[in-house]
Every structure is written in C-alpha cells, then in structure tokens.
Write a protein that binds this ligand. Structure first.
Ligand code: 9Z3
Length: 340
C-alpha cells in the first residue's frame, strides 16, 4: 500500500523567500580564484576523455545539447556525514532530455547522481515503483498486460539512444563537482566549429551558497558538550554564467532557468539574469507551480506557457510545451548566426 502524499514541499506560505542580495557575475579573477582554491574532482580527467569521444562522434552530424539536472549538495564535512541539499528531483532535466533526443539532438546529461534519469524515470521513482508494473505468470516475472504498450514505447526509445550512443551520462553530487564538470564540458564544446548548433539547457538547481574547501571541517563536526550551537558560515557561489557565455562556449545558445518562490519578483529577476549574463533565454518558474507554468524571457519578448488541467490529467508534461519552443528559438539562433 502507498500513502500518496507528498512530503517534499513545505506549505507555500512558509517556503523560503530567496530575496538574497544580488552578487555580481564572476569575472576572470573570480574564476581563477575559485578553481585554484577548490580542488578538481579526481575522476575528472576520465570524464573528460568520454566527453571528447562523445563530441567527436556527433560533431557535424547532429546538434549537441548539454542538459544539467538535479540539485547540488554543499558538504559541511570533508568526510561527509552532513550536507545542505535542495528540493530538485531532476524531473525537468530528465524529461527535457528525452524530448531533445526525440528531436535529433545528442545530449550530455550532467545530473545529480541518483536523481531521475531519462527513460528509467518512468519507473524508478518511489511514487512510480517498477515492481508495480510486474506480475508473476507461470513462475516467471513479466510485465503486466496493461503496461505492455507504454513500456514497449519507452524501451524502444531507450534502446535506440543506447545503440546510437546519443546520450552521455555524467554525474555530480557536490556543487564543486558540478562547477568543475560544467567548466570542463563547456570548454570542450567551445572548440566546435559551429558553436551556434550547441544548446545549453541549465535546469540544475545549483546552490547559491557553499563552504570553500579551505574552511570545510575534515571530520564529522562533534556535538559533545551539548548546548553549543552549530553556526554555518557560507560564501556565495560565484556566478559563472557570464564566463560560460563569454569565454567558455562563446556562440552557443544558452538557456538558463530562474527559480523563485515569490511570484511578484519572478519576471524582474528573470529579466535581470538575461541582462547580466547576456545570453539568449531565461525560463522563469516558481517552486510551487513549476510543473504547469513557465515564463520565457528573451531580449524582445515575454511569453507565459501553461499546461491545462485537462492536459495534465491526460499525462502530458509541461516539457512537451517547453522543448518545441526552445528548439524554435535555437533554430532562429542558428540561422541568425550562420548569416554572419
Ligand atoms: C530550475 O528552475 C528548474 O526548473 C527546477 C526543476 C530546479 C525548478 P525539478 O528538478 O525542478 O524538476 O524538481 N532550475 C534552475 C534553478 C536555479 O538554480 N537557477 C539559478 C537561480 O535561480 C540560476 S542558474 O538563481
């Protein structure tokens, strides 16, 4: 039996308001300072090899998208017992990736390890347990007749993607791993001959605050003695989007997401992000309504897209509205940049 209640959302009226001060976009100095003082993940060279191979396989044959997905953690200890996390399940990233693949993109899926993955997301979530799709027949485990058609469709799509090596899965857990990996992949994609064909779709919920490595406690923070408060002192995470747009992958089409909880500031914050980072598209969404409402903000338009109740009931997802619009804007970006 399943109690179908959601425990992952605080009541909207008590959700935190992210009215934190705006930190300036990071420039070159902030980039060198960050990457000199926060260590490179020891596995990054291996991942870099795979990314190179993947890009080489698809460059010139199809468009490549980098999709980021899921939340980043901020460890409080080096030998990590405790960490700060956020709500993101990776639904937006995983669902959008399936649709981009369907439209002919090859996708590097930079995701929080153990968050939702394209295709398997349909059966991996605790509210959608894979065991519920199975039955025992003549001593064999098989898929229940009523799910055959739906599962066959997902299986075929998944197998096609595997067969043609159209998706590369790259995991992260901490915000530092995310930053290092994002920069490495962006620099690789920045070397393509037609950068305008590359799409960045930055849906990951990246922590705004972190503890720089030199201040992180080596071992588990002790609670002995009692009565002491644990004071956590966080620095702002540098805003590297400007570096990505101008230095790491110039010429690519970049879509960032803006998340807020207060509807009265969503539009102004989205506009501000577009101005500050000078990229092509900000998709604004509210924590409370992100699954059925988004607002596209470009230099010359603001457009709200809503999933009707009817569509939602029929199982349609808002990404099925988002992705065709993103591709339309990407097409325009490619043609306006190819003319030059
Ligand atoms: C988003 O706004 C995504 O749409 C969600 C998707 C994280 C809300 P889920 O994974 O949720 O489907 O559960 N992502 C970007 C959030 C973010 O951190 N944006 C930064 C900001 O708002 C700018 S890059 O400051």
């Amino acid at each position: 039996m399943k109690a179908n209640v959601s425990t992952s959302h605080p009541p909207p009226e008590s959700a935190i308001d992210r009215n934190a001060p705006e930190y300036p976009p990071a420039e070159g100095e902030a980039e060198s300072h960050y990457f000199e003082t926060n260590p490179k993940p020891e596995y990054l060279d291996e991942v870099e090899g795979r990314v190179r191979e993947f890009i080489k396989l698809h460059d010139g044959k199809r468009r490549i998208a980098l999709v980021t997905s899921g939340g980043t953690t901020v460890p409080l200890e080096n030998n990590t017992v405790r960490f700060i996390d956020n709500f993101s399940a990776g639904t937006r990233g995983a669902t959008s990736t399936e649709l981009l693949l369907e439209q002919g993109y090859a996708v590097i899926f930079l995701h929080r390890q153990f968050s939702l993955l394209p295709y398997s997301r349909h059966y991996s979530h605790t509210t959608n347990c894979f065991l519920d799709y199975m039955v025992e027949r003549d001593g064999q485990v098989t898929i229940d007749d009523k799910y055959q058609e739906e599962m066959m469709k997902v299986l075929k799509q998944y197998q096609n993607v595997q067969k043609h090596k159209l998706m590369l899965l790259v995991p992260f857990t901490t915000v530092n791993q995310y930053m290092w990996t994002l920069r490495m992949i962006s620099l690789q994609l920045g070397q393509l001959s037609a950068p305008q064909t590359t799409l960045f779709y930055l849906a990951a919920a990246v922590s705004d605050f972190f503890i720089p490595t030199y201040r992180v406690s080596e071992h588990k923070i002790q609670s002995e003695g009692g009565g002491e408060k644990l004071m956590v002192n966080l620095d702002p995470v540098p805003k590297f989007l400007k570096r990505l747009v101008e230095n790491w992958t110039p010429g690519a089409m970049i879509v960032s997401f803006k998340l807020e909880t207060d509807s009265s500031i969503l539009l102004s914050k989205s506009r501000k992000a577009l101005e500050r980072y000078n990229h092509q598209l900000v998709i604004g969404n509210l924590l409370q309504t992100r699954k059925h409402e988004v607002t596209f903000v470009t230099n010359d338009s603001v457009q709200k897209y809503t999933l009707s109740e009817e569509d939602e009931k029929s199982g349609k997802e808002i990404e099925a509205i988002i992705i065709p619009q993103v591709i339309r804007i990407h097409n325009e970006w490619i043609s306006s940049n190819s003319k030059k």
